[in-house]
Design a protein around this ligand. Structure first.
Ligand SMILES: NC(=O)c1ccc[n+]([C@@H]2O[C@H](COP(=O)([O-])OP(=O)(O)OC[C@H]3O[C@@H](n4cnc5c(N)ncnc54)[C@H](O)[C@@H]3O)[C@@H](O)[C@H]2O)c1
Length: 259
């Protein structure tokens, strides 16, 4: 119970990595505000996790300041305070660079990057009045390597890791630690259809993954728990990569036929 008496806000909690992190936080004793734009799935997760601990779902589009501020205010009113923020909500859109429209670029940046600023500021102001807290932002290996069709996504994630570093310095005097997680390829709704329907894509990803398996939400949740807990009390400003060893690989690996 490493998060006993803690309150966490998790964005993008209705699916994938956010859902796995919220579940892990609840199992470790935290009370959790589940935030997502998908109200139906958000309420399903709320029902599921209510059997384990105290949670409440808050519908919110994380890219709009009025909704973010109202959500943080409602979460504080419901739980009394916030100790942990996991800014995780995100979208991935694939476009050839020359076909990427201004509207799609703005949409990805607003949802993935601006949301980290908006939630970080709203929750950070609250944490500053309490003398501390922990903020974790969901980045990606796209910060250090990317694909030509993911330019907006890569820009948003590069921005998140830079913003994380700047926030960590600016908020240190308030006792707030700020870190990011950079997942590799994690099997979630974000990429499930692409990965499961296409054996060639899957094998190509495995050939770039020394641990020779795709990641699960729980692989990221373990890192989030570490960064949320006092075990990481002297860690701030970092992006921790949970990528199956990909970032250090400078060639491709043979993938066994069985995989
Ligand atoms: N799955 C991967 O391989 C992978 C790799 C690196 C980084 N990530 C990052 O992890 C995070 C979670 O991704 P996932 O794989 O769990 O995806 P997912 O699609 O399973 O879940 C994303 C969640 O965010 C919510 N969301 C999307 N836009 C929103 C908005 N405007 N307001 C509120 N909620 C919104 C969705 O409704 C969904 O519940 C994202 O930031 C993603 O970029 C994922």
């Amino acid at each position: 119970m490493r998060l006993q008496n803690k309150v966490a806000v998790v964005t993008g909690a209705a699916s994938g990595i956010g859902r796995a992190c919220a579940a892990r936080f609840v199992r470790e004793g935290a009370r959790v505000a589940l935030v997502d734009v998908d109200a139906q799935r958000g309420r399903e997760v709320e029902t599921e996790l209510s059997a384990v601990g105290e949670v409440q779902f808050f519908p919110c589009d994380v890219g709009y300041k009025d909704q973010v501020d109202a959500t943080v205010e409602a979460a504080v009113a419901r739980f009394g305070h916030v100790d942990i923020l996991l800014s995780n909500a995100g979208i991935m859109r694939r476009f050839e660079f020359l076909d990427l429209t201004e509207a799609d670029f703005d949409d990805v940046i607003r949802t993935n990057l601006k949301s980290v600023f908006l939630f970080g500021q709203a929750v950070g102001r609250h944490m500053a009045t309490r003398g501390g807290g922990v903020i974790i932002n969901m980045s990606s290996t796209s910060v250090v390597m990317t694909m030509p069709t993911l330019s907006a996504y890569a820009a948003s994630k590069g921005g998140i890791s830079s913003l994380t570093r700047a926030m960590s310095i600016g908020l240190a005097k308030h006792g707030i630690r700020v870190n990011a997680i950079g997942p590799g390829t994690i099997l979630t709704e974000l990429n499930r259809s692409n990965l499961l329907s296409n054996a060639e894509t899957r094998r190509s990803i495995l050939s770039r993954t020394p641990l020779m398996r795709l990641g699960e939400g729980d692989d990221v949740a373990g890192v989030a728990l570490f960064l949320a807990s006092d075990d990481s009390g002297y860690v701030s400003g970092q992006t921790v990569y949970a990528d199956g060893g990909r970032a250090g690989l400078n060639y491709t690996l043979p993938v066994p036929d069985a995989l």
